[in-house]
Design a protein around this ligand. Structure first.
Ligand code: ACO
Length: 433
């Protein structure tokens, strides 16, 4: 059986044979299909990229129907159980798990790039005390590009490596300082004797104590959450990193764009939205009326549904389990009972079953973050720290892919046909909608 697709254009009666590779046809192969010599050629129309592969990628595999998520072939469940976030970042970026020596060198390098320019500290004061932490993070990610103008040499592999390490190292510092600014506490400088997550907790929560001693359960829980959030193939923010990076923008600006995409409530802002929703529901007795509102379309059940997972989100399973370990240390989150009941009711409801809506990664992560002492505004920031590793892996893969060019979608123009300019005094009352 030939791996081809035969197309008959009924406008002309002509027949075309298009190659099928990896379950796809090349959109550009459609261009040869023309109604007449003047015709531009056929295009695919795909708003929101529902069925368009924009790249060939070897980083992350998701099988939404089977609930599978793998980084470089390794199942997420195994990585969450045995690996660390820094090892996963190495895996995503370099393609293989590191040897012991490679791992030590990688961790050492990241540990020694955690400081940020003092100007960040001063510039932070330009924000209002109640500025959203994600808005600050997006700003400072872009601002770092002005500190590292040499990062613009994106075609140079060594330059890329250098700034990849800097970004992974500095994300927790930027994030923690955004948090400290909002809470009016003095900034805490990195402690190189602590782990990646231990140091992050130190920069977030240390007060008068001379040496911060992170709780090992919370330190590991954060590490697991970071592993689960590290990459998710061509999602909205990774696509933003690729699109902006495709114009050869530096990695800091490309990642600022990705973080801006993550900020939205339909993407990384969803865990924040889940907590607000649980607060709004307030009590288990209000769940049925809330569910009715979701079904009549007046609101969404936040933390439910996914563009790709139509069975279950494997990360949600791991996080649910993790939540109990965290609550054993922090005490139970008061919203847990509402969340459990909401999940139970929704999973039994015909509306959600028919539409294949299951809890996603955000449904329980917010409860954990809140129990650990994070305000809701910090949730997308916590998502952005590990996802930076994925964004960088996607950005780098895009740059070294010889098939990639500056991202530039086509459009189907549906506006007015050509018309003559009308002087303002001749336009009447105006009719533009
Ligand atoms: N609550 C109620 N109904 C929903 C929900 C929801 N959370 N999600 C989808 N639906 C319904 C839609 O109304 C639609 O119903 P219809 O066919 O009767 O019109 C149907 O399910 C399909 O929904 P779409 O919006 O077409 O699905 P899409 O794949 O575009 O959206 C998304 C996926 C954005 C995640 C959506 O499910 C949603 O808004 N969920 C809530 C927000 C959320 O949790 N986002 C986090 C995603 S995970 C992440 O980014 C890390």
């Amino acid at each position: 059986m030939a791996d081809t697709l035969t197309i008959i254009d009924n406008r002309t009666g002509k027949q075309y044979e298009l190659a099928i590779t990896d379950g796809t046809i090349r959109a550009l192969d459609l261009r040869q299909i023309k109604a007449d010599a003047e015709d531009f050629g056929l295009m695919a129309y795909d708003p929101a990229y529902m069925n368009t592969a924009s790249c060939r990628s070897a980083i992350t595999l998701i099988d939404g129907d089977k609930g599978i998520l793998r980084y470089r072939g390794y199942p997420i469940e195994q990585l969450a159980e045995h690996s660390t976030f820094q090892e996963v970042a190495y895996l995503l970026l370099k393609g293989e798990l590191p040897s012991e020596g490679e791992y030590k060198a990688w961790v050492n390098e990241i540990t020694h790039h955690t400081y940020v320019h003092e100007y960040v500290n001063r510039a932070m004061d330009g924000f209002l005390y109640d500025a959203h932490m994600m808005g600050k993070l997006v700003t400072f990610l872009a601002a770092l590009s002005t500190f590292y103008p040499k990062s613009k040499a994106v075609r140079d592999a060594r330059t890329r490596d250098e700034h990849i390490v800097k970004i992974i190292a500095k994300m927790p510092t930027l994030a923690a300082w955004c948090f400290r600014h909002s809470t009016g506490r003095p900034y805490i400088y990195p402690d190189n004797s602590l782990s990646y997550c231990g140091n992050f907790l130190n920069m977030l929560f240390r007060m008068g104590e001379p040496k911060y001693d992170p709780d090992p359960v919370l330190e590991r829980a954060l590490d697991v959450l970071f592993i689960l959030h590290a990459d998710h193939e061509q999602n909205c923010s990774a696509s933003a990193a690729r699109a902006v990076g495709s114009s050869e923008s530096d990695p800091y600006c490309s990642l600022a764009a990705a973080a801006a995409a993550l900020y939205g409530p339909l993407h990384g802002g969803a865990n924040e939205a889940v907590l607000r929703m649980l607060k709004q529901i307030g009590s288990v007795k209000n769940i049925p009326s809330f569910i009715e509102g979701c079904k009549d379309g007046s609101q969404r059940l936040m933390g439910f549904g996914h563009r790709v997972y139509k069975n279950y989100d494997p990360r949600a399973k791991i996080i649910k389990e993790l939540a109990h370990q965290v609550f054993a240390v922090t005490g139970k989150n008061p919203y847990l009972d509402i969340a459990l009941e909401l999940e139970k009711i929704a999973l039994d409801d015909e509306y959600f079953i028919k539409r294949k809506l299951y809890p996603n990664v955000d449904f329980y992560s917010g409860l954990i973050y809140q129990a650990m002492g994070f305000p809701v505004e910090m949730f997308p920031v916590l998502f952005a720290i590990p996802r930076a590793a994925g964004w960088l892996a996607q950005w780098q893969e895009m740059l070294v892919d010889p098939e990639q060019r500056i991202a530039r979608p086509r459009q189907v123009y549906i506006g007015a046909d050509v018309r003559d300019y009308v002087a303002i005094d001749k336009r009447g009352a105006g009719s533009a909608s």
